[in-house]
Ligand binder design. Structure first.
Ligand SMILES: Nc1ncnc2c1ncn2[C@@H]1O[C@H](COP(=O)(O)OP(=O)(O)OP(=O)(O)O)[C@@H](O)[C@H]1O
Length: 723
């Protein structure tokens, strides 16, 4: 049950908390503790005993398997409760800072999330830089020493002066003088009567925890003891917490051994010792009898209340409302995204990009390079092809005359005296084909035209141009056949004209009337351009976003942002807004180079081309976000992005018409994210269609459906993976 601020007695209350990462190995085993308001609560225990796991449950990053966690009067993550949010300041164990940010930029990012005004962020930053003896706030995090970086991380937790601080080893790597300074500051903020702070701190320096109001000793997911430090020392008649802790561990080990008389007497001694004080809370401890649940009501008085300066007083203004804009509580109750948070994420992303200008420039240059290379290298006719020619025509001048009709641009003609020499030239890959004319070429050709009915097979063959190709290159072979056929048609047409006959007599009796859609001379470039434009925009956007969450997670900042109150949806919207602006720039440049510089024909409205390209960029971005939500490591995200590219390229009818695919693949092809868009783009560019034409609006519908589906999937994955 949640409590109102007036009833609030404990900053954190944990009741029989169980948590395991893998079902077989529980990490927290029914742990209970209470952190009094306005106190420093030191959580001590050996590495791996579950301290960080416990803190993650407290800040709402992990969900308990069983038991109850209440933080500042509410369950973490409950709609409307500002945990995660600005009720807590969290310093995780990992550094969780952007290495490319300055100290000041880091503070601004968190300050913005907490709705702090700029002057307040500056004032607090200056104060914390002085307090924690940090170098200039304009220094990049990556230029700070390890200890200085940890102090910046500590400063981030203190920035908005939260009522509860959760600090996971804040003093690691800090020299003793500065460590004392940090403890002094913590003591001053917990003792501030107007704005008391509660602090939960884990530390490996056990002795420093003596300065706190309460210490809890943890072992193997359980609490061995929880008391004021001096009482623990008195009880075990020792001068150091470290040896008290060792004693407790020994007793705990003995207790977990099979029941021997020694273990039994030791346990009973410990029980007697503990029973002499009401301060020890040991319901998880095997050393002491369990108190009843009634004794541990969630609203009982704070365990350390007697020693604190605030004893007996009501703690004022604990759930203070500053930095909470009007309507924000309402927004968080309905889990609506906060514009503040989204803008903070966008600002952080742009700051990140500003630090990586080369990367940013590359993002704009890459699509230009791709479209320039496509327009320059793909779709043009091969030229300068070496042709080994053998003209054996001794029956007239027609052989020599035909040779003059060969296209000088397409062919570099290399004459040979005999066929075998010419064939050797092709076999040695020094020429693409042998073009030969027989000894009776002139007479046989004239015979064929003058008296077709009398032409024998020998006459027809003798009057023909013979080609022997290096057929290893399909496009080059096609080009040679097409060019030689056109040259012959022109040559024969001129010959017939000399005899007063129509040149059309040598044409195929198939007439190509004006096309109904498209142009008279369609090119391969025109066929591929729509696909290339859509593919470049789509996969540039995928590549740009595929690493968003992966990098954020890697830097450790994802966790920190989420604990500060940013939601997954806000993070995603922030990333999308940033990438949208970059993607719009990329699309603009791509279309300018393809349509204006390289004059790719556009017979329809440029508006539909722009909208379709942008929409595909958005769909690509959604795929990138989905990959980013799915993958934990950079290389797997990059591989996934690349892995989706080639199947799409091959199956979407971009390189070769989908009509050439087997039926079952055509079906798959039609359903892919870019297939319909490519068809829509082709319909606008080559067919000149408008939005109302089915292929065009289907392209838009398909892109919108894919984008929505991928974004929902990304959100779902992020939620399921607890990111
Ligand atoms: N993400 C995770 N997946 C699986 N196991 C985990 C994960 N995080 C922690 N553990 C395991 O849970 C146990 C408790 O880890 P935890 O980090 O809470 O310990 P700790 O007391 O904070 O240790 P330290 O003082 O070294 O930071 C360890 O055995 C650890 O291996």
């Amino acid at each position: 049950m949640d409590v109102t601020p007036g009833q609030l007695m404990h900053a954190v209350e944990v009741d029989t908390l169980c948590k395991s990462y893998y079902k077989s190995t529980p990490v927290l085993k029914g742990l209970s503790l209470q952190v009094p308001l306005g106190k420093i609560y030191g959580l001590l225990g050996p590495s791996g005993c579950g301290k960080t796991t416990l803190l993650k449950c407290v800040v709402g990053r992990l969900k308990p398997d069983a038991g109850v966690v209440q933080v500042m009067g509410g369950r973490p993550g409950k709609p409307g409760h500002r945990v995660p949010g600005n009720l807590i300041g969290y310093m995780p164990q990992d550094l969780a800072l952007y290495q490319d940010f300055t100290v000041s930029e880091t503070m601004y990012y968190f300050g913005r999330i907490f709705h702090m005004p700029s002057q307040e962020i500056d004032r607090q930053t200056d104060f914390l830089v002085t307090l924690l003896e940090l170098p200039s706030k304009r220094r990049l995090i990556c230029q700070l020493s390890g200890g200085q970086q940890r102090r910046v991380s500590f400063a981030c937790a203190l920035l908005h002066r939260p009522p509860l601080l959760i600090l996971d080893e804040p003093t690691v790597g800090v020299d003793p003088l500065l460590r004392q300074c940090i403890w002094n500051h913590m003591l001053s903020i917990v003792n501030n009567r107007e704005r008391p702070t509660s602090i939960v701190i884990t530390t490996h320096y056990i002795e420093e925890a003596r300065q706190g109001h309460m210490v809890a000793l943890m072992r193997d997911g359980r609490l061995l003891a929880e008391a004021k430090p001096q009482e623990l020392l008195d009880r075990y008649n020792d001068s150091s917490l470290e040896s008290v802790f060792l004693k407790l561990c020994e007793m705990d080990s003995e207790d977990s051994l099979p029941d021997t008389s020694a273990a039994a007497s030791s346990t009973s001694a410990a029980a007697n010792a503990a029973a002499s004080t009401s301060e020890i809370v040991t319901e998880n401890s095997p050393l002491l009898p369990k108190p009843s649940n009634h004794d541990r009501s969630l609203n009982s008085s704070p365990a350390g209340a007697t020693s604190n300066s605030n004893d007996g007083d009501s703690l004022p203004n604990l759930l203070y409302k500053e930095y909470v804009p009007l309507g924000d509580s309402l927004r968080s109750v309905f889990a609506l995204p906060s514009l503040w948070h989204i803008l903070a994420v966008v600002g952080k992303n742009f700051n990140n990009l500003r630090r990586r200008l080369t990367f940013l420039a590359f993002q704009f240059i890459l699509p230009i390079i791709q479209i320039v290379l496509f327009c320059v290298c793909v779709g043009g006719d091969p030229f300068g092809l070496t042709l080994a020619s053998v003209n054996l025509d001794s029956s007239g001048e027609l052989g020599a005359k035909f040779m003059t009709y060969l296209d000088n641009n397409t062919f570099h003609v290399k004459p040979f005296k005999n066929l075998e020499e010419a064939r050797t030239e092709v076999r040695n890959v020094r020429a693409w084909a042998v073009l030969s004319l027989g000894a009776n070429f002139s007479t046989d050709l004239l015979a064929r035209f003058s008296n077709p009915t009398a032409a024998t097979n020998a006459t027809l063959s003798g009057g023909s141009v013979h080609l022997q190709l290096d057929n290893s290159n399909y496009q080059v072979s096609l080009m040679i056949q097409k060019s030689v056929a056109e040259s012959f048609q022109k040559f024969a047409g001129d010959l017939l004209s000399q005899f007063g006959l129509s040149p059309e007599l040598v044409s195929l009796p198939v007439v190509m009337d004006a096309p109904l859609l498209g142009t008279d001379n369609p090119s391969f470039t025109e066929f591929m351009a729509p696909g290339m434009i859509v593919t470049i925009v789509f996969f540039m956007a995928t590549g740009l976003t595929a690493l968003s969450f992966v990098l954020e997670r890697k830097e450790g900042l994802l966790d920190r942002s989420l604990v500060a109150g940013v939601t997954i949806l806000e993070l995603m919207l922030g990333h999308m807004l940033t990438q949208l602006l970059i993607m719009a720039g990329q699309t603009g440049l791509l279309l300018f180079f393809s349509l204006v510089v390289f004059q790719v024909p556009c017979h329809g409205s440029v508006l539909w081309v722009i909208l379709l390209a942008l929409l595909n960029g958005f769909t690509g971005m959604s795929l990138g976000l989905m990959i980013s939500a799915l993958c934990s490591a950079e290389n797997s995200a990059i591989q996934a992005a690349l892995g989706t590219m080639y199947p799409n390229l091959l199956l979407s009818g971009i390189i070769w018409p989908a009509e050439a695919m087997p039926q079952y693949l055509r079906f798959i092809s039609r359903g892919l994210p870019i297939s319909q868009s490519v068809e829509a783009m082709r319909s606008v560019l080559s067919r000149g269609f408008g939005f109302t034409a089915a292929p065009v609006y289907l392209g838009f519908v398909s892109a919108i459906a894919w984008a929505s589906g991928l974004l929902l999937l990304a959100l779902l994955l992020l939620r399921i993976r607890g990111i």
